[in-house]
Design a protein around this ligand. Structure first.
Ligand SMILES: Cc1cc2nc3c(=O)[nH]c(=O)nc-3n(C[C@H](O)[C@H](O)[C@H](O)COP(=O)(O)OP(=O)(O)OC[C@H]3O[C@@H](n4cnc5c(N)ncnc54)[C@H](O)[C@@H]3O)c2cc1C
Length: 555
């Protein structure tokens, strides 16, 4: 982000000669510290102020002529107050209009009125403006050089925007529509509360309900490949894909990584990974992702965000990948590292409340909103345990709902111990969620005792679901071998029983991570019988690249 822009002094006069003269005098004394903006009508002045607001800049002083057609100076200052309440206000008046100016002191909380002409400025203008600038500096408007998101507290599209920015590690400021600054930004963008989420960029562009691709562009993420042919295309930006990109690019392969949402994958959602080698104090998924991204970029890999791969085919020796928008990208080799996605909890009422109190995964952007409230988490694996620990720092109580009798079969013992030591976390064994309800956001959950079948209802505003995951590989149907659950079968698993996989024409057997389509490898959670761990995903990404080299050498 750039350096903070200079605050603005805005002058308005409909008489061009007077307008120039005021601006000239102001600029002469303040031009090195303030940006002097000139307008020749009230509406022109308001347009300029709206633009300044969207850019996140500050306005220190407004100097408006009283007598102007259409909108007089008082009306202008009144409207300007809605956008920049902290700006100091001066009315320029002719002697005959002093009564109006005095009235304006009450109407628009005028700081000063100046009689025209103001010469010499050293005596009549500068002392006034000096005092006002001093007063303004003591309580300036808030400046902002970051992305601002205006939205509703309970709104799935607003949540999606924040989640996307957070996952891509893009800093932003979150403002509610009924927050005064949120209202000012909506007004400046000519939008209203039904147009949210409104995203305002640091350079003042306002986007109403942007798509993820638009957001990616705003956040400076790359969305289009620079070339149309690569040595290696990596599909998926989780640990396995990032690992493959780092090793591929560092070993001189022209490498592009394609990610449908945000890099980091499941690991990016983890609040604290404690068992990854080299991080004795744990590392958050966001930190690990940020470092891996930078490492991949440093070695020259291209990283594309918000691009979903929907098809794969062979074109002679090349492998062709199709994007959702119909475009394609080709390469000698492919590493499929598409991981797994959360399984959906199929209970009545929950689908409609997804993003409105019901979330899949940790949704860590929401944690600060759960302060002093009860949080409900479904799942008995490590991911649910980590989330329980994380949310317990904010929530008054965290309820962990599990179907089994205890956690020993599904969670690491270090996490079980952390849960036991934490008196804000309550584990509810033999419990499943059978329904949810609420008007506009989650308000109640129906819980069933799996032993007795009894159903009870509890008040609940926050439900986070971690009930396992499945690969989303339907787009590979008929292209390469997958097991009955959709995981990609690779390497020795393909030749179990001593036979070559169907369609395999090469004399050699598939390499270790190679799929049934030569030159296409699988790494990480998406591979059948893989270990579902960050370290093994990264390791398989690295290993896939060494097999890519072997494949290319044999070509
Ligand atoms: C909350 C949580 C906590 C965890 N904690 C730990 C832990 O402490 N220790 C540990 O070792 N493991 C942990 N895990 C497991 C670990 O995160 C995973 O094993 C690891 O992320 C798998 O990496 P991956 O690259 O194979 O797949 P993923 O991380 O699933 O990444 C796959 C990526 O591919 C993208 N993608 C999918 N399909 C497409 C497509 N068609 N086109 C483009 N992109 C696509 C996805 O958007 C995703 O970003 C945790 C998991 C979760 C969910």
């Amino acid at each position: 982000m750039g350096t903070m822009a200079q605050p603005v002094i805005l002058t308005i006069d409909d008489d061009p000669a007077v307008s120039r003269a005021v601006a000239r005098d102001i600029r002469r004394r303040y031009g090195d510290r303030y940006r002097v903006v000139r307008a020749d009508s009230g509406s022109g002045g308001l347009d300029a102020l709206r633009e300044i607001k969207l850019r996140g800049e500050r306005v220190a002083v407004l100097l408006a002529d009283y007598r102007m057609p259409e909108m007089n100076g008082i009306q202008f200052l009144e409207a300007a107050m809605d956008l920049f309440p902290a700006a100091r206000r001066v009315l320029l008046t002719a002697y005959a209009d002093t009564d109006a100016a005095i009235d304006a002191i009450n109407v628009v909380d005028l700081d000063h009125y100046l009689l025209k002409p103001w010469h010499p400025p050293e005596e009549k203008l500068y002392p006034v403006v000096d005092t006002l600038l001093e007063a303004w500096a003591a309580s300036p408007d808030q400046a902002s050089d970051e992305i601002r998101v205006v939205g509703h507290r309970w709104s799935a599209p607003s949540f999606a925007v924040r989640d996307f920015l957070a996952r891509n590690l893009v800093p932003y400021r979150w403002l509610l529509t009924d927050d005064p600054e949120g209202g000012r930004l909506l007004a400046a963008a000519g939008a209203d509360a039904t147009d949210v989420p409104l995203v305002v960029t640091p350079d003042g562009k306002a986007l109403v309900a942007p798509t993820e691709a638009e957001l990616a562009a705003v956040a400076g993420l790359t969305v289009a490949p620079a070339a149309d042919f690569y040595d290696l295309v990596v599909v998926g930006g989780g640990p396995a894909g990032l690992g493959a990109a780092v090793y591929g690019a560092s070993e001189g392969l022209r490498t592009v990584l394609v990610e449908r949402r945000a890099t980091g994958g499941q690991a990016g959602q983890s609040s604290r990974i404690e068992n990854y080698l080299g991080f004795p104090d744990g590392v958050s998924g966001a930190q690990l992702t940020d470092r891996a991204r930078r490492q991949a970029l440093k070695f020259g890999a291209e990283l594309l965000s918000t691009r979903e791969v929907v098809g794969l085919e062979s074109a002679g020796a090349a492998r062709l990948l199709h994007f959702g928008d119909g475009s394609t990208i080709a390469a000698h080799t492919v590493v499929l590292a598409t991981g797994v996605s959360y399984r959906v909890l199929d209970a009545p009422g929950l689908a409609d409340l997804t993003g409105l109190g019901v979330f899949y995964g940790a949704a860590s952007t929401e944690a600060p909103s759960c302060v002093d409230q009860d949080v409900w988490i479904v799942g008995g694996a490590n991911s649910a345990g980590q989330a329980a620990v994380h949310f317990s720092r904010y929530a008054s109580r965290v309820h962990l709902l599990i179907r089994g009798a205890d956690l020993t079969a599904s969670m690491s013992s270090y996490l079980i111990q952390q849960l036991e030591r934490n008196d804000r976390i309550v584990v509810h064994p033999h419990t499943e969620v059978v329904g949810g309800a609420g008007d506009g956001h989650l308000e109640r959950l129906r819980l069933r005792d799996t032993r007795s079948g009894d159903v009870r209802e509890v008040d609940a505003s926050w439900l986070f679901i971690f009930i396992g995951a499945e690969p989303r590989t339907e787009w590979l149907d008929g292209v390469l071998a997958r097991d009955e659950r959709g995981f990609i079968v690779a390497g020795p698993d393909l030749t179990a029983g001593g036979r070559k996989p169907p369609g395999w024409t090469l004399a050699r057997d598939p390499y270790h991570l190679e799929s049934s389509l030569p030159g296409v490898f699988a790494a990480g959670d998406v591979r059948a019988s893989s270990v579902k761990r960050v370290a093994s995903a990264v390791g398989e990404g690295a290993m896939a690249v060494s097999l890519v080299h072997r494949y290319l050498e044999a070509q």
